[in-house]
Design a protein around this ligand. Structure first.
Ligand SMILES: Cc1ncc(COP(=O)(O)O)c(C=O)c1O
Length: 362
């Protein structure tokens, strides 16, 4: 019997990324857009795909795509890096600036992939403090950066899963602390368009700041797998060395450029979701027996005054899937719901009401 090869020692205890998918009617668990992208966009895109030469590699530098993204934020294309979803952007950042002998700082509870990818890249993960209302505890964070000198510090704003928006003053203070120790600040703005705050205004050539965004949420294109970041040129040129060549297919680059010309349609979708988020927040609060946290994203976190896991199960039995965070540190007994269409949100509210009654919490 031959011996089976084992994964790297530091990866043996690693668990895969878990976000259970169940075959239910109402799926409000992964913060996707409930709206399809504009029909005209899909038609125009598929037409343009047919005209390309697939015996050739795609443009390695994704020049048109980077130029088009840069234009949206009044930035040169040299400050733009694009990849297969913002997850690949995050991975490239960690492969470049993390690694053995280096650490990163995250503020749990936050997007699980920050620490997960960091570990895969061999980076030590340290955890910072949040206040009761889930904001980053800035005094303690600055102290921690100064003491542990992380290579990469992650801020997620709005934060997944809490929905919290960090004030720009916090980003600014973290940036100063990170610059002091020769580190990098990564602000993940996957949900950045669902509110008015963005760290992009703090970008400057000398600042060690990367702002990460995605087509998955606002652009209704989670299935496309396209994300990007804006950062000073000296950071982007390092990411370009690390990422695999030709990683963005011809179709993807075309879609990324074309989608940006449908800004008005996308804005209408964002606007509709923000309105629904506010309506849903109010209706959830009327239920009683739950605490609803304010959100600047396309999802809402709430805490159940009882067994949230049982409530989640009771909702699944009614064909409504939301995300169960009840066993996560600092968000114990919490559930997170993605804002869907009005009909989906009504179905969710009704299932939640029934579940609370069934479990005897209401
Ligand atoms: C905070 C955050 N960042 C990044 C991502 C990944 O997005 P993408 O689909 O662009 O890989 C997600 C997805 O849910 C997210 O919540």
């Amino acid at each position: 019997m031959t011996e089976r090869i084992s994964p790297r020692d530091d990866l043996r205890a690693l668990e895969g990324y878990h976000s259970p998918q169940l075959d239910v009617v109402v799926r409000l668990n992964t913060n996707e857009s409930p709206f399809a992208p504009p029909k005209d966009f899909v038609e125009e895109w598929t037409r343009s795909i047919a005209e390309e030469s697939y015996n050739r590699y795609p443009d390695r530098a994704a020049t048109e795509l980077r130029t088009a993204i840069g234009k949206v934020f009044s930035q040169d294309r040299e400050r733009v890096f694009a990849a297969n979803g913002s997850n690949e952007v995050l991975q490239t950042i960690l492969l470049t600036y993390g690694g053995t002998g280096r650490s990163c700082l995250v503020f749990e509870p936050t997007y699980a992939l920050h620490s997960h990818i960091a570990r895969i890249a061999g980076t030590t993960v340290t955890d910072g403090a949040r206040t009761e209302d889930f904001l980053i505890d800035i005094e303690s964070a600055v102290q921690q950066i100064s003491d542990s000198r992380p290579a990469v510090t992650f801020v997620c704003s709005p934060n997944n899963p809490t929905g919290t928006i960090e004030p720009l003053s916090t980003i600014y203070a973290l940036l100063a602390a990170v610059a002091e120790v020769g580190g990098l600040l990564v602000v993940d703005e996957a949900y950045g368009d669902f509110n008015d705050s963005s760290a992009i205004s703090l970008l400057a050539e000398a600042t060690p700041l990367v702002v990460v965004r995605t087509y998955s949420k606002v652009w209704s294109l989670a299935g496309l797998r396209l994300g990007y970041c804006i950062a000073p040129e000296w950071i982007i040129s390092e990411l370009d060395k690390v990422v695999l060549p030709y990683h963005l297919s011809i179709e993807k680059q075309l879609a990324g450029v074309l989608a940006l010309s449908y800004a008005a349609e996308m804005e209408a979708r964002v606007h509709a979701l923000i309105e629904e988020r506010e309506r849903l927040t109010k209706d959830l609060r009327k239920l009683g027996a739950i605490t609803v946290f304010p959100s600047g994203a396309n999802f809402i976190l709430f805490r159940v005054a009882g067994n949230a896991g049982a409530v989640w199960q009771a909702m699944v039995r009614q064909g409504v899937l939301i995300r169960d965070f009840s066993r996560w540190d600092r968000v114990e007994e919490c559930l997170r719901v993605t804002v869907g269409t009005r009909a989906e949100n009504d179905a969710m509210l009704s299932a939640l009401r029934t579940a609370l009654e069934e479990i005897g919490i209401a």
